[in-house]
Design a protein around this ligand. Structure first.
Ligand code: CA
Length: 581
């Protein structure tokens, strides 16, 4: 066994409370190196009487490591533990004091989870585990009120540019709620709604006013009420990293310079406030001079922005916030943000925009979730032929092992957004590949989100091309694709196994682009079969029970001599299930 590859620390994602009575432990070892891992556990105040040994399961792997996991329910909420790792006749012990060849002499030198404090358990909103999100960019979704259109509004369906308008608004969303209910989604994430000089509204001028091109505050309140009446939750975009240069306090700094009472609201590097050779004399979002960055450590700024967050939760019964450029704002701000938001609505869902490993924000004191862009990139790469099943399983395994389980259950999974090319475009306009991506999204762990219009076949390259107007003419919509999305959404909503069940690859091999994987809870067992290649393929896996059905057609599917053989069309898939009780 390669001792140098062994890893465990008694904190964060390696040892955490899943709920008020359960501790999850994880251990890392070199890939295919260790045969078995056991957790040697007990209560430090009565080790001998409480001693129990648990076998860990291999929960995931990446290219270099295996990850082992076990759930333990200590009787007295305290847990002292060590690990025994075996291969053949060899046994190695891992404990707090290091790695050794002889058994530990408890209770000394053990790892410790001192006590499960309910208040410290990472809690995520239950509803987010059941949610299927739909992302709406209001300017491009539907124009329900031509009276509020911007001065220069182009005909619906024209070419999106960085600065043009098509007149979409909140009335348009209200008018189409029945369409969303028909599709089956039960949560909406809106890109920003507040007063701003741009079409995307990521540069806010007035944080407490709905943009007049979208409607007004009363209409937003009515819209959220109507959504709630239909069982649809609503999450808004909080743009707290930066504002618009038109934001009154920044205007004051521009006008009064060092004498402005708002001078410390921003990161001004040099007065007067200018842009020289394209370089602002103040910190900004990227290098955009029209988006000055807030000094969120300033108590006045913090009070103002946290006031905004609380205001909308209370004013319209908002269900959560998506946090723009969340990783460029300080952790102290986000800790206070969570306190305020969860006090106003304990079930609020907080999703950060962070494009890479985000564990620092996901330990229960800041966000519930992050936008899972790494998921999108890996899934699209795989279904575009960029890697084999073996590497795909490694990549997904490394993603699962980034976070504690409760976080994985609500991580915000999407395949594209307003910031990336459209899904259909990313798969080379091949609907068969799109469907494999979507089946994967809806049968994987985490909260799925659809970008408006993907379900009717909207295409588009990078921003601004991905921000085309929604297609409402049924003759121009891809209704076959729509029905497919509807079916997948319904399937996910029906089965807890697809939301919270165990995920495991059953077939993911070198030089083979096809995969089989399973989801399973105590009621239902799913196996998902995917032919990710251009020719017909029969996939086989040993199965000893005969009670399998096609989840979409209900047809019985029987293995032969203990082997399930599934023949699939090029880029075809099949979802099988059986009831466990
Ligand atoms: Ca309008």
């Amino acid at each position: 066994m390669l001792l140098e590859a062994f890893y465990h620390v008694p904190r964060d994602k390696w040892a955490y409370a899943y709920d008020k009575s359960t501790i999850h432990l994880r251990v890392r070892t070199k890939r295919d190196d260790v045969e078995q891992v056991y957790a040697m556990t007990g209560d430090k105040y009565d080790w001998n009487k409480t001693y129990q040994e648990f076998k860990l399961e291999k929960a995931a792997h990446d290219g270099m490591f295996d990850y082992w996991e076990v759930a333990v329910k200590p009787k007295f909420k305290r847990l002292s533990y060590a690990f025994k790792l075996t291969s053949g006749n060899e046994a190695i012990y891992m404990l707090d004091s290091g790695i050794q060849h002889h058994p530990p002499t408890p209770p000394g030198d053990l790892y410790e989870f001192p006590y499960i404090h309910e208040i410290d358990v990472i809690k995520v909103p239950e509803w987010a585990k059941q949610a299927v999100f739909y992302q709406i960019m209001p300017e491009r979704f539907a124009n329900g009120d031509p009276a509020n259109d911007p001065k220069v509004t182009e005909p619906w369906g024209g070419t999106p540019k960085i600065d043009n308008y098509f007149g979409g608004d909140l009335q348009g969303v209200l008018d189409h709620l029945d369409d969303l209910t028909d599709l089956g989604i039960n949560a909406i994430y809106f890109t920003p709604l507040f007063t701003s000089p741009s079409n995307h509204k990521y540069d806010t001028v007035d944080y407490k006013q709905v943009d007049p091109h979208f409607g007004d505050n009363a209409l937003l309140k009515r819209l959220v009420e109507a959504c709630h009446a239909k069982g649809i939750r609503v999450v808004l975009d909080a743009v707290f990293n930066h504002c618009s240069e038109g934001f009154p306090p920044f205007q004051d700094v521009m006008k009064h310079g060092e004498g402005s009472k708002y001078r410390d609201w921003f990161h001004i590097n040099e007065f007067p406030v200018t842009i020289k050779n394209g370089m602002p004399s103040y910190d900004t979002f990227g290098f955009f001079g029209n988006m000055p960055k807030f000094n969120t450590a300033n108590p006045e700024v913090k009070q103002y922005l946290l006031g905004v967050a609380e205001y909308w939760i209370k004013e319209i019964n908002l269900d959560g916030w998506r946090l723009d450029v969340a990783n460029e704002i300080d952790h102290h701000f986000w800790r206070d943000f969570r306190q305020i938001v969860k006090k106003a609505n304990p079930e609020a869902y907080i999703i950060g925009e962070v494009w890479s490993d985000s564990l620092n924000w996901l330990l229960g004191d800041q966000f519930d979730s992050v936008m899972n862009y790494p998921f999108a990139d890996k899934v699209l790469n795989f279904f575009n032929g960029g890697m084999d099943g073996y590497n795909f399983a490694n990549e997904m395994g490394s993603l699962i092992m980034r976070y504690p389980q409760q976080t994985n259950e609500v991580v915000f999974n999407m395949l594209c957004s307003h910031d990336t090319p459209r899904l259909l475009t990313r798969v080379g306009n091949d609907k068969r590949k799109l469907k494999l991506c979507v089946v994967f999204l809806f049968t994987y762990i985490g909260t799925p989100c659809i970008f408006y219009g993907d379900e009717v076949g909207i295409t588009g390259g990078a921003d601004p091309d991905c921000r085309k107007c929604m297609i409402w003419d049924p003759n121009k919509q891809d209704r076959e694709l729509y029905d497919f999305y509807k079916l997948m959404i319904a399937l996910r909503k029906k089965h807890n196994a697809l939301r919270q069940g165990r995920f495991r690859f059953l077939h993911a091999e070198h030089n083979d682009p096809c995969i089989v994987y399973e989801r399973m809870d105590d009621k239902v067992h799913f196996t998902i079969w995917m032919n990710n290649m251009e020719k017909q393929r029969t996939l086989s896996h040993p199965m000893d029970t005969k009670d399998w059905y096609d989840a979409l057609t209900g047809e019985s599917v029987v293995p032969e001599k203990g082997m399930m053989n599934i023949t699939l069309d090029p880029f075809g898939y099949r979802i099988l299930f059986r009831k466990l009780k």
